[in-house]
Design a protein around this ligand. Structure first.
Ligand code: ES4
Ligand code: ZN
Length: 326
């Protein structure tokens, strides 16, 4: 059996994928046409050629500009459905996708338009593709805590559609503590909590420390820099906290696939998982991320199985469903 066949047939879970980061260049074009939007690019190939990211801000500016083509509930439905179809094709059977409502409400798109389109795709994907999912609403950390709080209140009528909240976008000078109150309220509403601690950000060890001690997160997105502090590693392992690592994303944004770091996490008993982050932009879905670890860091089948098992284990699916996979 080839490594690619092994990776393909393995039932997998994805816990760190931004739905807006699954917007494929071809889809940018079809949505622009339908919505009467003029693009500066003439072909999908020209769009891909413009994907020249070397750090987080250079990625984020392209990511936020492209999502302007998303306007109607059907657009959000299609965005999510296209991702779930790709997930199904790679035998990703369970997903906890992120979405960024503030990136849409700030353009005049109603919160309900966004979440209702995504939720309808989740129902259809479960029924027609067998891909189950639970949605995570992310706040943009470079916007105010007040805006985050307002969006959390918009979500109160949709709690049946959400499993948790997250925190993403530009991390520089936007620490977890800025959102302590909003996340406390989210927990009171019964939501799970996770936050991005992106690789090699300024003050990153303080940010990870705040996630543990102030926010009491249920998971950490990325979190690779915890390896620089033995006490953080010990505490993450003791709590059994999941870390959603995104190798190909890291290769783009910080020029490091983080293969050695992922191995180090496993050796320390930390529950690392492998994820695609923004697969349309980094041109790598789940299987391509696993294969990058195989091809560029000599990962073994055993290691890939451990990482995949970790994802089901630290996921927020019901304990009853977990028994199907563990
Ligand atoms: C993101 Cl790579 C990355 N970092 C922070 N926020 C994000 N949102 C989408 N992709
Ligand atoms: Zn991310």
């Amino acid at each position: 059996e080839s490594m690619l066949d092994f990776v393909q047939q393995l039932p997998k879970a994805e816990l760190h994928v931004h739905l807006e980061g699954t917007l494929e260049p071809e889809h940018i074009f079809s949505l622009a046409k339908r919505n009467g939007i003029e693009l500066v690019y003439k072909t999908p190939e020209e769009v891909v050629a413009a994907y020249d990211f070397h750090d987080l801000p250079s990625f984020l500016s392209i990511y936020y500009a492209a999502m302007d083509v998303l306007r109607t509930e059907d657009d959000f439905y299609e965005l999510a459905m296209h991702y779930f179809q790709r997930a199904a094709a790679q035998n990703v059977v369970y997903v906890e996708p992120f979405f960024d409502p503030q990136a849409h409400t700030s353009r005049g798109i109603a919160f309900d338009t966004v979440i209702n389109g995504i939720a309808r795709a989740q129902q259809d994907a479960a029924a027609s593709l067998g891909v189950e999912s639970n949605l995570i609403m992310c706040f943009l950390r470079d916007m105010s805590a007040e805006s985050a709080a307002e969006h959390l209140e918009m979500a109160v009528g949709h709690l049946d559609k959400l499993i948790g909240v997250g925190l993403d976008s530009d991390e520089k000078d936007n620490p977890p503590s800025k959102f302590a109150e909003v996340f406390a309220r989210a927990r009171d509403l019964g939501l799970k909590l996770t936050m991005h601690c992106d690789v090699n950000q300024k003050d990153i060890l303080e940010h990870i420390g705040e996630c543990l001690d102030l926010i009491a997160v249920d998971r950490i997105d990325h979190g690779v820099n915890a390896l620089q502090d033995d006490a953080l590693c010990t505490e993450i392992a003791r709590r059994g906290l999941g870390l959603t690592v995104c190798p190909v994303s890291n290769r783009f944004v910080v020029q490091n696939l983080t293969g050695n770091e992922i191995r180090d996490m496993l050796a320390r008993g930390m529950k690392a998982t492998i994820n695609s982050d923004d697969p349309a932009y980094f041109r790598a879905y789940m299987n391509e991320n696993l294969m990058a670890l195989v091809e560029d860091a000599d990962f073994t089948k055993d290691e890939l199985m451990t990482l995949t098992r970790n994802a089901f284990e630290v996921s927020w699916m019901s304990d009853e469903r977990k028994t199907d996979y563990l």
